[in-house]
Design a protein around this ligand. Structure first.
Ligand code: VG1
Ligand code: CO
Length: 563
C-alpha cells in the first residue's frame, strides 16, 4: 500500500551556522520539537535544490546517542521530499571515511553524517549533522552558507511519518511514497570500506609485519577505537584480515555514550593507550576518534608522532603504498595551523604544496582537480585522495606500510626524517569551554594587533631567545580551483626565523568558546631533536601569552589540553 508525504508547518530558527565540520550542538538541542527536521530540510533543499527529488543519498553515523532516531527521521524526510533511494548504514553505523567511500562507490548525490566526531556522546552530550557532497567530501562553504540562510526563512518541511524502515538487516526495502517508488538499501559499509583498503595497501606485507617474516619478529600492535564507530572496522582489518589477536584491539564495541570516554585521540583523552604503550610491550599503538576520521600514532614506549610530522613522513614515503604507484603523486596540502614539515618534503620532491584553512572541506577541490594526493591537519587528521575525508584507519595502514617497507621502528623513521629535514617543533594548546565574550575580545584585540603595521619588525624576548615579527595577518584563502575566498581563518604571527604563533577559535565546539593556540619553531641542530617541544617552544609560548593577554582575559592559567 502506498504511503503519503505530509508538509508540516514550522518556524525559522537562527544561530545555526555550521562550523568547521557540520552543525554540532548538545543532543537536547537536536531533540527540540522540529529542530532536527528543520535542519535536515534546510540541508537537503540548500544542497540539492531541483535535484533533490529523484536523488540518491547515503546516511550513516558514529553510533552516538540519538543517532538511530535521527537516521529514521532523515529517511522519512528524504521520502517526503521525493528522494528515490537512500543507502543507509547497517544499524546506522558508518564511519565518516566509510560514508565518503560509500558516496563515491555508489555514486550517490550526497550523504548525511550523524556525528559530533571527537565530542563526547550520550543523553547529556553532543550530536551533529553534517552534509557531504557527491565527491564524498564535506560540503563547501557556499553550501553551508546556503543552509544557514535557509534556516532563517524555512516555513515547512516534508516528511513521510508512516514510513517504517528496518535498518538492522542488510538488503533492500521497497516502498511507494506519493505514488512513486522509494528504495532503502541497508549497506555493509565495513565490507565496502575494507575491500577498498585491500586495493590500496599490500595486505600480505602488512600481515608479514604484524606476524613476523624473514626471521624478523612481528610488531605487536595495540589499536584503541575509543568505543566509537571504528570497532567493527578494526575487528575486520586487524583480527580477520591480518590475524591480530583480539586482545590487541580494545574499546571496539561501539557505544552510544562511548563508554563515557571523550573519543578524541590525543595524549590527554587517549591516556589509556599512552599508558599501555609506555609499558614497552607494543611496537605500535593507534587510537581513533568517535567517527573514525582521526588517528593518533604511537611507537614503542609511547613515542609520540606529532600529526604534522606524520603527514611529512607519509609524504616522504608514499612509494611504500601500492595505491600511489598506480595514481602517481599529485601534490600535498596541509591546514594553515599544521606545521611546515610537509612543505620541506614537497620542496625536495618538487611537488605543489597547498596551505588551506582548518577543516577538511578545503582539500576536496584540489583533489578533484588532480592537484592533491596527500594532506593532513595538526588535529590528528591524515588522508589522501582515495576518498574526500580524513581517514584514521587508512593513516594507520599507511604507517604500518612504511614500517614494513623500511623495516624500521616508528622512532627510527621519525629520527631519520628529522635528520634529513630538521625538526619542526610543534605544540597546540586548547583552552576549551571558555566564556565567549572574553574569547571574542581576545580575537578582536589580535585583529587590531594585525592591523597595526607598526608591529612588523618588532622584537619580543623571552628567556635567551629573541624573535622578530616578519609578517602578521588574519589568514585568508583563495581556492585555486574555484577562486572562492575564505577570510578570517586565524591570526598568524610569523617571525623572521619562520617560527609561528597562531590563534583561532574552534568551529566545532558545542558550547562557549574554545581557543586554540598553535606554536611552531624549527631547529636544524640534531642535538635539539630529542628535546621536549614544551621546553624548546617555551619562549614562543610566553610571547604568545604576552601578545594575546589570553590568561588575563579568560582567567585561564593553563590549557585544558596540550598536544
Ligand atoms: C577541529 C580541528 C580541525 C578538524 C575539525 C573536524 O576543528 O581543529 O582540524 O578538521 O575539528 O574534525 P576546530 O574548528 O574545532 O578547530 V572532526 O574529527 O571533528 O571531523
Ligand atoms: Co572525527
Amino acid at each position: 500500500m502506498g504511503l503519503t508525504a505530509k508538509e508540516i508547518i514550522t518556524q525559522p530558527f537562527e544561530g545555526q551556522k555550521p562550523g568547521t565540520s557540520g552543525l554540532r550542538k548538545g543532543v537536547k538541542v537536536y531533540q527540540q520539537e522540529n529542530y532536527t527536521e528543520n535542519f535536515v530540510q534546510c540541508t537537503l533543499t540548500a544542497a540539492l535544490g531541483d535535484k533533490l527529488a529523484g536523488s540518491t543519498l547515503a546516511v550513516g553515523g558514529d553510533g552516538r546517542y540519538f543517532g538511530k532516531e535521527a537516521t529514521l527521521k532523515i529517511i522519512q524526510i528524504c521520502a517526503g521530499n521525493g528522494v528515490s533511494k537512500v543507502l543507509v548504514a547497517h544499524n546506522g553505523l558508518m564511519s565518516t571515511p566509510a560514508v565518503s567511500c560509500v558516496i563515491r562507490k555508489y555514486a550517490t548525490d550526497g550523504g548525511i553524517i550523524l556525528t559530533a566526531s571527537h565530542n563526547p556522546g550520550g543523553p547529556n552530550a553532543d550530536f551533529g549533522i553534517k552534509y557531504n557532497i557527491s565527491n564524498g567530501g564535506p560540503a563547501p562553504e557556499a553550501v553551508t552558507n546556503a543552509i544557514f540562510e535557509m534556516t532563517k526563512t524555512i516555513s515547512s518541511y516534508k516528511i513521510c511519518p508512516d514510513l517504517n524502515v528496518d535498518i538492522s538487516s542488510i538488503g533492500q526495502q521497497e516502498f511507494e511514497v506519493n505514488g512513486k517508488p522509494f528504495t532503502v538499501q541497508v549497506v555493509d559499509s565495513v565490507s565496502d570500506y575494507v575491500a577498498y583498503m585491500k586495493e590500496i595497501f599490500d595486505f600480505n606485507a602488512l600481515k608479514g609485519l604484524l606476524q613476523g617474516s624473514d626471521g624478523q619478529p612481528g610488531v605487536n600492535v595495540l589499536i584503541n577505537a575509543m568505543n566509537g564507530v571504528m570497532g567493527p572496522y578494526a575487528q575486520k582489518v586487524f583480527v580477520e584480515e591480518l590475524g591480530t589477536p583480539t586482545d590487541n584491539i580494545v574499546n571496539c564495541v561501539p557505544m552510544e555514550d562511548f563508554g563515557g570516554l571523550h573519543p578524541d585521540p590525543n595524549l590527554t583523552y587517549a591516556a589509556d593507550l599512552v599508558q599501555e604503550l609506555e609499558k614497552g610491550r607494543h611496537g605500535f599503538g593507534a587510537a581513533f576518534d568517535g567517527d573514525g576520521d582521526r588517528n593518533m600514532i604511537l611507537g614503542k614506549n609511547a613515542f609520540f608522532v606529532t600529526p604534522s610530522d606524520s603527514l611529512a613522513v607519509l609524504a616522504d614515503n608514499l612509494d611504500c603504498i601500492p595505491y600511489f604507484a598506480k595514481t602517481g603523486v599529485k601534490g600535498f596540502a596541509r591546514s594553515m595551523p599544521t606545521s611546515g614539515a610537509v612543505d620541506r618534503v614537497a620542496k625536495k620532491k618538487n611537488q605543489e604544496c597547498f596551505e588551506v584553512p582548518t577543516g577538511w572541506k578545503f582539500f576536496g577541490n584540489l583533489m578533484d582537480a588532480g592537484r592533491l594526493s596527500l594532506c593532513g591537519e595538526e588535529s590528528f587528521g591524515t588522508g589522501s585522495d582515495h576518498i574526500r575525508e580524513k581517514d584514521g584507519l587508512w593513516a594507520v595502514l599507511a604507517w604500518l606500510s612504511v614500517l614494513a617497507n623500511k623495516k624500521q621502528s616508528v622512532e627510527d623513521v621519525i629520527m631519520q626524517h628529522w635528520t634529513t629535514y630538521g625538526r619542526n617543533f610543534y605544540t597546540r594548546y586548547d583552552y576549551e569551554n571558555c566564556e565567549s565574550d572574553p574569547a571574542n575580545q581576545m580575537m578582536k584585540n589580535l585583529n587590531c594587533f594585525v592591523a597595526d603595521s607598526g608591529n612588523i619588525n618588532k622584537s619580543f624576548t623571552s628567556g635567551d631567545k629573541t624573535y622578530t615579527i616578519e609578517k602578521i595577518d588574519n589568514f585568508s584563502y583563495t581556492d585555486p580551483v574555484d577562486a572562492s575566498v575564505s577570510k578570517n581563518q586565524g591570526i598568524r604571527i610569523i617571525f623572521a626565523d619562520g617560527s609561528r604563533i597562531i590563534f583561532r577559535l574552534s568551529g566545532t565546539g558545542s558550547s562557549g568558546a574554545t581557543i586554540r593556540l598553535y606554536i611552531e619553531g624549527y631547529e636544524s641542530d640534531p642535538k635539539t631533536f630529542t628535546q621536549s617541544p614544551q621546553d624548546v617552544l617555551k619562549p614562543l609560548i610566553n610571547i604568545a601569552l604576552e601578545i594575546s593577554k589570553l590568561q588575563e582575559l579568560t582567567g585561564r592559567d593553563k590549557p585544558t589540553v596540550i598536544t
